[in-house]
Design a protein around this ligand. Structure first.
Ligand SMILES: [Zn+2]
Length: 341
């Protein structure tokens, strides 16, 4: 029997938290409320699936829906994969999950929750983030889209002018994050990356994952800075940087200025590979809930300036955008991907 008001759910499995979003059959977003809960990556597959499904239950209840309304589910999850739906060894989730048949497990869980079979699809979280943003931009302005979203890692996505996503033959296209950055040009050494490469991946210079190395590099240049003596864990020190930058702390600004420059070089490299019109920057640094307009303006213009420095095409051919869906872009992208199948 056809569903009365079919909806598509998107689950975004992040390194630290998982989020759920949804769209209706026309592609409109059901809610922009960010609902997130810990991913529990170290607790094993069963706990992770349980967390995703209770997140989905909460979403449906809050929206006045039930599993009877759900026509499809999309899952955004970091790669690489051994195979479609099978996790490989990757940098941002527990290494113990290597080889996990997550799609089969989620499919089974959804079937139990809904008491019927519902199609479940999956793709790289970074790639899926681009679909949701592309839909909003391409409605007004034609052209393909390169999206870079620094969070725990650096999500990357390329979306064709027709709104379809470049997945690649192994769902591994547009992984600019693990290509080498011109680190000598940034005045930095080759940072180590969580992926295991030591050639200075862009991710290490642009995302939270590289902040400990960035802080270790810059802190000695600011001997009077309170972080030198603060009784905080290394993790809490780096997590304090974003808030410090909003108060124009010089150390934090120096770090994010350099991240912006590295982002600009990543954009320029991406433009050489894909020749897009639109550049979308996502991630927590452009989240209006977390950063000031002055900070975002500084970060975005730093990116544009560095892009212009090395871009192949004229910078005026590129149109820069701040992502509009914030931390929901992957979940909404996953829902749109489910709807397109
Ligand atoms: Zn890497």
């Amino acid at each position: 029997m056809p569903l009365l008001r079919p909806v598509y759910l998107g689950i975004d499995c992040g390194a630290t938290t998982s989020k759920v979003g949804g769209i209706d059959a026309t592609g409109d977003i059901l809610s922009k409320t960010l609902r997130q809960r810990p991913t529990l990556g170290d607790a094993g597959p069963e706990a992770i699936i349980k967390g995703w499904l209770s997140g989905a239950d909460d979403f449906l209840r809050d929206e006045g829906l039930t599993w009877d309304d759900v026509a499809g589910v999309g899952l955004a999850i970091p790669g690489p994969y051994r195979d479609y739906g099978v996790l490989g060894s990757q940098p941002n989730l527990s290494k113990a999950l290597d080889g996990w048949h997550f799609l089969d497990d989620l499919h089974r869980g959804v079937k139990q929750a809904a008491r019927r079979d519902i199609p479940v699809v999956t793709a790289n979280d970074g790639q899926l983030a681009g679909i949701g943003e592309a839909r909003a931009i391409q409605a007004h302005a034609p052209g393909s889209i390169l999206m870079l979203a620094p969070g725990s890692g650096l999500g990357c996505s390329y979306v064709h002018a027709d709104g379809s996503i470049l997945m690649g033959d192994n769902q591994a296209a547009a992984i600019l994050c693990h290509m080498p950055a011109p680190y000598a040009k940034l005045g930095l050494p080759a940072f180590h990356c969580g992926c295991g490469r030591d050639w200075g991946c862009f991710e290490a210079y642009t995302s939270i994952s590289g902040l400990p190395q960035m802080l270790a590099h810059f802190l000695p240049q600011f001997p009077a800075h309170p972080l030198n003596s603060a009784d905080l864990s290394a993790k809490d020190k780096v997590l304090s940087l974003r808030a410090l930058a909003q108060q124009e702390d010089p150390l934090a600004l120096a770090i994010f200025d350099l991240q912006a420059k590295a982002m600009g070089y990543a954009v320029a490299a991406g433009c050489m590979a894909y020749d897009p019109t639109h550049i979308v920057i996502g991630g927590g640094l452009i989240d209006p809930g977390a950063t000031t307009p002055a900070f975002r303006q500084r970060y975005m213009s730093g990116i544009e300036k560095a892009t212009a420095e090395v871009a192949w095409v004229e910078i005026k051919k590129l149109s820069f955008h701040e992502a509009s869906l914030g931390e929901l872009s992957q979940a909404i992208g996953a829902a749109l991907y489910a709807a397109s199948h």
